[in-house]
Unconditional design. Structure first.
Length: 150
């Protein structure tokens, strides 16, 4: 668990980088609201929704047209409810037409994170051990069902 100072330093660093974005993940729906309340998720004072996690991503990194998820945290007690998957899929949709590839960095030896990203269609892309490995998924990839004018 990061300290308050570590979080403050990380957010201050993100603010200085115009390509980096941090977001609070909020819960939607009555069922998840009940689960979030039971998990002790605090209420966001603006929206009134439960705070479920944190998303940190960077655009045009490591290359132009890439988007890299530096960190996707889902509060303990909400994991395995589809919150992380919904968050990743929402970001993929928002990046459509903006980024060609989305990468996820996985810190250390974390088989659970690897399996999470693989379930979403990500494949091993970059080995930067011992600190991290990156998994990637092509966005805006043609489905093969497009009509060809002719």
């Amino acid at each position: 668990m990061p300290t308050t100072q570590e979080v403050a330093t990380d957010i201050a660093t993100a603010i200085q980088d115009p390509r980096r974005f941090v977001e609070i993940v909020l819960l939607e729906g009555a069922e998840l609201e009940a689960v979030g309340a039971a998990a002790g998720c605090p209420l966001d004072p603006v929206s009134g929704q439960r705070v479920a996690g944190y998303l940190d991503y960077k655009l045009d990194y490591p290359n132009a047209g890439d988007a890299t998820v530096n960190l996707l945290l889902v509060r303990h007690g909400l994991q395995s409810y589809g919150v992380g998957s919904a968050c990743a899929e929402d970001l993929e949709q928002r990046l459509q037409g903006r980024s060609q590839r989305m990468l996820a960095s996985i810190y250390g030896d974390n088989p659970r994170a690897r399996k999470f990203w693989e379930r979403l269609g990500y494949q091993f892309a970059i080995d930067a051990k011992p600190l991290l490995v990156w998994y990637a998924k092509e966005l805006n990839k043609p489905s093969g069902n497009e009509l060809v004018a002719g």
